[in-house]
Each structure stands twice: as structure tokens, then as C-alpha cells.
Write a protein that binds this ligand. Structure first.
Ligand SMILES: Nc1ncnc2c1ncn2[C@@H]1O[C@H](COP(=O)(O)OP(=O)(O)OP(=O)(O)O)[C@@H](O)[C@H]1O
Ligand SMILES: [Mg+2]
Length: 371
């Protein structure tokens, strides 16, 4: 186990710079998840840490040692990929022990490490089977077992569960969380799955176009995104964004030491004006173009607000319903509804939102703080 540090890490393929100066501190024993749109450089970053790709400039330290030019096999790292690529002619036991045997480790040591990994992963009854006789989840467990036997300082996972069906993914997600708890190892994990990222991570790193947009605990990123990109990327369905203009301020009175009110005209709602209570003294100036961000769970139907929406489509998930609706100016919105079962496409609702949950972004997508 070890901490991992990246200092100004850059990687180019030919003339194209893919990683554009990554600074990151990963603590010993931490579970860190990389997320970001396809092509933003997640796999490249993982491969750079593992040594499968050489970094163009910057420093990579593992356990305090500079690793830039250290051979992948000597970095104390094990990588698990989306395609588990087991040797088809070998049994589970042979697959798991192969790398150690190949490295000349004594037979009894290999046997003991394989046995211990098999127990951790619940593979004991399957040890003499060939990969073709295993389910997808079992094969992925063997691939993880192959990594465990090497006692790595750091585990790297690149979308390890994306080939599995939904039920197996949930199962393996819990297994991986348990594994992390039992081994206490440092894990760096890439996924497209919001639930995996939110539930597994101690810390999420949001990447965009080869740069880090924000690093933080899952709920910190969810509640307090630094910019519109992170706000829109974390959470499913995504946050709603409504363009507007600041039209008036109403300072809190000395009698009521509440937040200041910022009145914003929403273009999506035929210029209806909403009052947003904002903490802090420095409200955006009158006339400022802003984007109001609101999560689906902070939008409700009913109430006396004057934000009419027309229901387009309903997603019933059992306990709750996501309502996809259009505003009077045809902006798309998502609302979460607890009693959405009675709704039908074409229904017109009065939307009301929890104004104290609204976030404000400037025209460059940066968060407006009013402190
Ligand atoms: N060997 C290579 N040569 C040239 N370009 C490459 C090479 N490997 C990756 N790239 C490019 O680098 C960019 C980042 O790729 P990478 O695989 O890291 O993305 P990713 O974030 O893992 O995406 P995904 O979510 O689709 O897996 C892409 O534009 C890709 O085409
Ligand atoms: Mg990738």
C-alpha cells in the first residue's frame, strides 16, 4: 500500500496533448474514482500510473519514490481491465498463480497466496474450473484474484464491471467495497457508472479534456460543484440548468438576519421572476446573465408558483418517478416526483422549486459564490 502523487503530469501522443497537467494526491488506503466523458483521458492516466504509457513531462511518485522511468513490473501496481483476458486453457488456480510462477516465486508460496486470494473472493469451489465454465462475474473475480496474489501497493481498475449484467454489477460492486475494506489497499478506479462512483469512492476526480475539474468526496461534489460541468456530470438524471438575468436584489433586513434575496428572470419560463435566497453579501450585479442550477429532487409539482410545465415523458422507477417536462419556452426539465403514478404525458403542472437549493453559474460556467 502506498500513496500516489502526480505533479504536473502531461502526456502527448504525437502532437496531441491528452493529459494537460494533472496534479493529484492520493492517500495511502484511499479509494479514488476517476470519472469524465469518453475520451477525456481516464484510461491514459491509469496507464501512465501503471507504466504502460510513459509520461511526457511531470512527476509520478508512488510511496514517495519517483516512478517516471521505473519498469511497470517494479512499481508495485496491479491493473484489472474491463476485459479480463484469462488464459482459456488454464484452470482458475493456474490463472491466478501464473504471474507469480512466471516470476520464479516458490511453489508453496504461490499456492498459499492463491489459496488466500481465493478465500477472500469466494472462489474456493471453482479452483479447478476453466474460464469457459464460469459466469462473467466469476471470471472478473478471477481477474481480481490474479491482481491480489501479487500483493500490489496500488490496485488500478479500468471499468472492471462494465461487461457484467446489472445484477452482477451490483453484486461485484459490493464485493469490491468489501475487498477494499479487508485489504486496506489504495485503489484507483475508472468508471462511467454514477452509482459505482458515488458508492465506492472516498474521493472522486472529475476529468475533462485531460484536466482535473474538481476533486472531492462524492456528496461534496454533488452538493457543492465548483462549476457547471461538474454540476451537470455528477448526478443522474443531470441537474437542470435555466438561463436567466438578475433583475433585482433585496437585502435581508436587520430584523430578519436571513440570506439576501436575488431576483432572477428565467428565460425558460416566459421571463417569470423567481427569488433566490443566497448566502453572503456579494450578490451578482443587476443585469448579470446567470444560469440557475437545480437538481431534479428540488423541483416539485403543485404549489402556487407560476412555472407551468407540460409533461413529455415519465420514468417510473417504482418508489419515485422522473418527470421529463417542457417549460412554456420549450426548455427541457427533469423533476423527481413521489406521486408521479397518476401523471400522464401532456399533463400541465405548476412547478415549484426549492429556491434555497439553487446554485448560480456565470456565463463561463463558473460557480457564483456570494461571499
Ligand atoms: N496510443 C494512442 N495514440 C494516440 N491517441 C491515443 C492513444 N491512446 C489514447 N489516445 C487518445 O487519447 C484520448 C483519451 O483516451 P482515453 O482512452 O484515455 O480516454 P478515456 O477517458 O479512457 O475514454 P473512455 O471513457 O471512452 O474509455 C482519446 O482521444 C484517444 O483517442
Ligand atoms: Mg477508458
Amino acid at each position: 500500500m502506498a500513496d500516489v502523487q502526480l505533479r504536473g503530469v502531461r502526456k502527448s501522443f504525437g502532437n496531441t496533448e491528452i493529459l494537460r497537467g494533472i496534479d493529484l494526491d492520493i492517500q495511502h488506503g484511499e479509494f479514488v474514482v476517476f470519472v469524465g466523458p469518453s475520451g477525456c483521458g481516464k484510461s491514459t492516466l491509469l496507464r501512465a500510473i501503471s507504466g504502460l504509457e510513459e509520461i511526457t513531462s511531470g512527476d509520478l511518485l508512488i510511496g514517495g519514490q519517483r516512478m517516471n522511468h521505473v519498469d511497470p513490473s517494479r512499481r508495485g501496481i496491479a491493473m484489472v481491465f474491463q476485459s479480463y483476458a484469462l488464459y482459456p486453457h488454464m484452470t482458475v488456480r493456474e490463472n491466478m498463480g501464473f504471474a507469480l510462477k512466471h516470476a520464479g516465486v516458490a511453489k508453496d508460496v504461490v499456492a498459499q497466496k492463491v489459496a488466500s486470494a481465493a478465500t477472500i473472493l469466494g472462489l474456493d469451489p471453482l479452483m479447478e474450473r476453466k474460464p469457459k465454465d464460469l459466469s462473467g462475474g466469476q471470471r472478473q473475480r478471477v481477474a481480481i484474484g490474479r491482481a491480489i496474489v501479487r500483493d500490489p501497493q496500488v490496485f488500478l481498475f479500468d471499468e472492471p464491471l462494465s461487461n457484467l449484467d446489472a445484477e452482477l454489477r451490483v453484486h461485484m460492486r459490493i464485493e469490491i467495497a468489501r475487498l477494499h475494506r479487508e485489504l486496506g489497499s489504495t485503489i484507483i478506479y475508472v468508471t462511467h457508472d454514477q452509482v459505482e462512483a458515488m458508492t465506492l469512492a472516498d474521493k472522486i476526480v472529475v476529468l475533462r479534456a485531460g484536466q482535473v475539474e474538481q476533486v472531492g468526496a462524492p456528496l461534496e461534489l454533488y452538493d457543492n460543484p465548483a462549476n457547471q460541468f461538474v454540476a451537470g456530470f455528477i448526478g443522474s438524471p443531470s441537474m437542470n440548468f435555466l438561463d436567466g438575468t438578475v433583475v433585482a436584489h433585496q437585502p435581508s433586513t436587520s430584523l430578519h438576519q436571513g440570506p439576501n434575496l436575488c431576483q432572477v428572470r428565467l428565460h425558460a419560463f416566459a421571463d417569470s421572476v423567481v427569488s433566490l435566497p443566497l448566502d453572503g453579501q456579494h450578490l451578482p450585479a443587476i443585469g448579470t446573465q446567470v444560469t440557475v442550477g437545480l437538481r431534479p429532487e428540488h423541483f416539485h409539482e403543485g404549489g402556487d408558483a407560476t412555472l407551468p410545465v407540460t409533461v413529455d415523458m415519465l420514468e417510473h422507477l417504482g418508489g419515485e418517478t422522473f418527470v421529463y417536462a417542457r417549460s412554456s419556452s420549450n426548455a427541457m426539465l427533469v423533476m423527481e416526483s413521489k406521486n408521479g403514478r397518476t401523471l400522464r404525458a401532456g399533463d400541465v403542472l405548476n412547478a415549484r422549486f426549492e429556491a434555497n437549493k439553487a446554485l448560480l453559474f456565470d456565463k463561463n460556467g463558473q460557480r457564483i459564490y456570494c461571499r
